[in-house]
Design a protein around this ligand. Structure first.
Ligand code: LLP
Length: 423
C-alpha cells in the first residue's frame, strides 16, 4: 500500500516516514498536531531548479507570496535571490518587514482602489495594472511614471476552473486586441511601460498551453509599441503532481523550448529583455505537509470515517477545488488496506479531506500526513468555528523548529472583543 512516488521531501526509510532524517511521528509528538511542516531546503532547491532551467542572460523568479507567506520560507527564498509577486498591502508590508527591497517586488493586485494604488506606489513598488479602467485611473494619479501591464493570454488552462485566468470568463488582464487603446492612454499620460505580463492559470496541465499563452502575449510586443520595455513576465502556473501516479511535466524540455523561443523573439525585437516568472505551487506545494491526528473512528452503516483534529479551516483545497491530497498513515505505514472517509472537526458535512480513500489501517491516535500541502494551505486557512489556524513547523539543515505559533482560544477571543470595541 506504500505509494510508488511520494512527490514530497518525505521518504520511507527503515520502516518510518522521515524528512531530512527526522521521523514524522516523532515530530508530531514533539510539536503537537495539527501543524504544517515545511522542508525549506527542498523549497529552495525547487527555486534554484526552476531559475536555472532557462538558458537566457536575465531571468527573475517572483515567488507568489499568496501560495505560502511563512516568514522563514520567505527569508530562505530571499537569501537565494528570489523576488516576489505580491498582491495585497499586507503582503507588501510583510515583504518589506523581512528586508526585501521594493525593487524586488511586483504588485499584481486586481480591482484596486485609488487609495491602494497610492499606498503601494508611494512605497516605491512597480505596479502591474490589469484593466483599462485601472490604467486610466493610474495614469491620472501617476502620469510620467513606470508601469507594468497585465494582458489576458486568451488561453483557458489550469487544474480547476476556479484557477483559470485566461479567456473571457475571467476578470484578469487587458484583452490583447485592446493594445492600441492602451497605447493611447499611455502616450497621453507620458507613462513608460517597462513590463508586460500574462498569467494563464494555476497548475497548467499541458506545457504547450503555457507556451501558447506566452506566444499570444508576444504577438503584441514590438519595439515601436513598447520602446521602454525591460521585461516580460509570464506569470506562474507550473503544475506539480498531486496524485502518486501522476506524470511529472518535463520542465527541462520546457526550459529549452522557451529559451529557444525567446532568443528568436529577442533577435526580432532588437535587444534582450529580462524574463520573469511567478511560480507559487512549483516552489512550495510538495515541500509542505499538513500533520494531523485521528481521534475518532466512526462507523456509519456503509462508511468508515476517520475524524481528525484539523479540517477545512486548515486545508480548504479538497472542499473548494475537489483537490486530491495524498494521505500517509505515518503511525501505521504497513497496516492492512482499508477504505476511509477522512474528515476534520468543522461543523459541516463537507468537511472532508478525502472520500473513499484506500490506505493502511487507521487506529485512533494515529498521525496522518497530508502531502502537497505547502501551497495554498496555510495561506488560505481561516478560523471558521473560531478554531485557530494550525502551527507551522520548519525543517532546515536537518533541524526542526516552530516557525509560527497557533493562536490560543484566549487570543482569538481577545481579538474578537478588541475588534468589536468590547475590550
Ligand atoms: N501570478 C499570478 C498573477 C497569479 O494569480 C498566481 C496565482 C500566481 C502567479 C502563482 O500561481 P501558481 O504558480 O501557484 O500556480 N488557490 C488555488 C490557486 C490560486 C492561484 C491564484 N493565482 C489552489 O489552491 O489551487
Amino acid at each position: 500500500m506504500l505509494p510508488a512516488s511520494l512527490n514530497s521531501p518525505a521518504t520511507f526509510t527503515n520502516g518510518a516516514y522521515t524528512i531530512q532524517g527526522l521521523n514524522l511521528a516523532d515530530l508530531c509528538e514533539k510539536f503537537g498536531t495539527p501543524f504544517y511542516l515545511y522542508d525549506l531546503d527542498y523549497c529552495v532547491g525547487r527555486y534554484r531548479f526552476l531559475h536555472d532551467l532557462f538558458d537566457l542572460p536575465n531571468v527573475r523568479l517572483h515567488y507568489a507570496v499568496k501560495a505560502n507567506n511563512n516568514p522563514h520560507l520567505l527569508l530562505a527564498l530571499k537569501e537565494s535571490g528570489a523576488c516576489l509577486d505580491v498582491v495585497s498591502p499586507s503582503e507588501v508590508a510583510l515583504a518589506l518587514a523581512l528586508g526585501f527591497d521594493p525593487s524586488r517586488l511586483l504588485y499584481t493586485a486586481n480591482n484596486m482602489t485609488d487609495a491602494e494604488i497610492r499606498l503601494i506606489r508611494d512605497q516605491g513598488l512597480l505596479l502591474n495594472i490589469d484593466s483599462l479602467t485601472g490604467l486610466r485611473r493610474y495614469a491620472k494619479l501617476y502620469p510620467n511614471t513606470e508601469l507594468c501591464l497585465r494582458f489576458n493570454s486568451d488561453v483557458v488552462a489550469g487544474e480547476h476552473e476556479k484557477v483559470m485566468t485566461g479567456g473571457d470568463k475571467t476578470k484578469f488582464g487587458i484583452r490583447l486586441e485592446k493594445v492600441d487603446e492602451v497605447l493611447d492612454i499611455v502616450h497621453a499620460s507620458g507613462l513608460k511601460i517597462v513590463g508586460v505580463h500574462e498569467h494563464t492559470g494555476s497548475g497548467i496541465t499541458d506545457p504547450n498551453q503555457f507556451i501558447q499563452g506566452m506566444k499570444n502575449l508576444l504577438t503584441i510586443v514590438t519595439p515601436a509599441r513598447f520602446p521602454d520595455l525591460r521585461f516580460i513576465d509570464f506569470g506562474g502556473g507550473f503544475k506539480v503532481p498531486y496524485r502518486p501516479d501522476e506524470k511529472r511535466i518535463d520542465y527541462v524540455a520546457f526550459g529549452q523550448k522557451v529559451s529557444a523561443m525567446l532568443r528568436a523573439f529577442f533577435a526580432d525585437f532588437g535587444r534582450e529583455l529580462a524574463l520573469y516568472f511567478e511560480p507559487g505551487k512549483f516552489i512550495v506545494a510538495e515541500g509542505g505537509l499538513l500533520m494531523v491526528q485521528v481521534n475518532s473512528l466512526i462507523e456509519n452503516k456503509t462508511r468508515l470515517i476517520a475524524g481528525t483534529d484539523s479540517g477545512f479551516g486548515h486545508l480548504v483545497r479538497p472542499v473548494l477545488y475537489n483537490a486530491y491530497h495524498h494521505i500517509l498513515n505515518v503511525s501505521n505505514p504497513k497496516g492492512a488496506a482499508k477504505t476511509y472517509d477522512i474528515c476534520g472537526n468543522i461543523c459541516e458535512t463537507g468537511d472532508l479531506f478525502a472520500e473513499d480513500r484506500g490506505m493502511p489501517e487507521i487506529r485512533e491516535g494515529d498521525y496522518l500526513a497530508l502531502l502537497n500541502a505547502g501551497a495554498y494551505g496555510y495561506s488560505m486557512a481561516s478560523d471558521y468555528n473560531l478554531r485557530p489556524k494550525p502551527a507551522e513547523v520548519v525543517v532546515q539543515n536537518g533541524k526542526a523548529f516552530l516557525s509560527r505559533k497557533p493562536h490560543t482560544p484566549q487570543e482569538i477571543v481577545s481579538n474578537v472583543l478588541l475588534q468589536s470595541g468590547l475590550k
